[in-house]
Design a protein around this ligand. Structure first.
Ligand code: TRP
Length: 327
């Protein structure tokens, strides 16, 4: 049987190159070997954005537009919006009942976000249940494989623990234990060298126009130990050179060598990288400019995705309700 994949993204902003490298390019490939469910996690977004949810549905459309432009294929994969499938909340409720409080309280991402995230009040009952809703997302489709970033590993571990607990309590083997699939590619730094994140203002968005891509690359910090071109470069410490490794792995070794031996200057390096990134983002720009995926088409795709998702989710919920004695 073809193994099944489920993954999701929270629609909290426009997607950027970090999403492309860290997730989307991987999703596109998985479509060839797996049965894929790709979900816009708007309930999860609401958990942190509930005070200002005004742009939520705009981001849903924008994100799915980028997914399609990257090559996520609605004929092959099920593309859907979490809130269109009410079964997510039903399973969330069941799993909340069986999950010991201590298990969620000690999830490291929870404690970290409470501490680190500024400008939002995340000390809510709902936010504590964030990883349980994520477990419900995965288990509803009985996914075997979950492509995620490293930061999400504790959520997958909790999901696996919940599977074992459910089996122990109800002696029913409804859910397979899902395995994480870590994206191998290096994490892309933002243009300032910190993690690429909208809240740092250091992103290159997938829908950015060409000028903006070029300016962003122009402003990138390169090798701080290299004052003039005749100084030898240190590509392993240079953010621009790290981008080469991700976007042009074939060319990177030669380029790095040119840097080290002062045959390549930082300004040429940036100019050429800018053109590579302009090219990489071209399909996303085109998708917007030509309107070849309109908002109403995205809605149509999500609607059809929801029907397919619900067929699977409904069957799982029937079995779950029976197992827990609801009906
Ligand atoms: N929590 C994930 C993130 O922030 C998004 C997400 C929600 C998800 N549900 C999921 C990822 C299910 C994988 C599977 O990136």
């Amino acid at each position: 049987m073809t193994p099944r994949v489920l993954s999701g993204m929270r629609p909290t902003g426009h997607l950027h190159l970090g999403h492309f490298v860290g997730a989307l390019s991987n999703w596109v490939k998985l479509q060839q070997t797996h049965e894929c469910f790709f979900m816009v996690a708007d309930w999860h977004a609401l958990m942190s954005e509930y005070e200002h949810p005004g742009h939520l549905q705009e981001y849903v459309v924008s994100n799915v537009t980028d997914w399609l432009a990257c090559g996520i294929d609605p004929k092959r994969s099920v593309i859907f919006r979490q809130s269109d499938v009410p079964e997510h909340l039903e399973l969330h409720a069941v799993l909340s009942i069986v999950t010991p409080l201590g298990w969620v309280e000690r999830v490291p991402t929870y404690k970290e976000q409470l501490r680190e995230v500024q400008g939002r009040d995340l000390a809510t009952y709902g936010f504590l249940g964030y990883p349980i809703l994520q477990a419900a997302d995965i288990l509803l489709y009985r996914a075997n494989v979950v492509p995620i970033g490293e930061d999400q590993l504790p959520h997958l571990e909790l999901t696996r623990e919940i599977v074992r607990r459910f089996k122990f309590l109800y002696k029913k083997d409804i859910f397979p234990e899902p395995a994480p699939l870590l994206t191998e590619s290096a994490r892309l730094t933002g243009t300032d060298g910190r993690k690429m994140s909208k809240s740092y203002g250091n992103t290159i968005a997938l829908g950015d126009d060409e000028e903006r891509v070029r300016t962003a690359v122009q402003q990138m910090v390169t090798d701080t130990q290299r004052a003039r071109m005749t100084d030898p470069g240190h590509p392993e410490q240079c953010f621009v050179c790290q981008y080469w490794k991700v976007f042009s792995p074939g060319r990177a070794p030669a380029l790095w060598e040119e840097c080290r031996t002062s045959k390549r200057g930082c300004s040429q390096n940036k100019k050429e990288l800018a053109e590579v990134l302009v090219k990489a983002t071209e399909p996303m720009r085109r998708a917007r400019a030509q309107g070849n995926v309109s908002a109403s088409e995205v809605e149509q795709i999500l609607k059809e995705g929801a029907v397919r998702a619900r067929a699977v989710a409904g069957e799982t919920m029937r079995e779950v309700k029976k197992a827990v004695g609801l009906r």
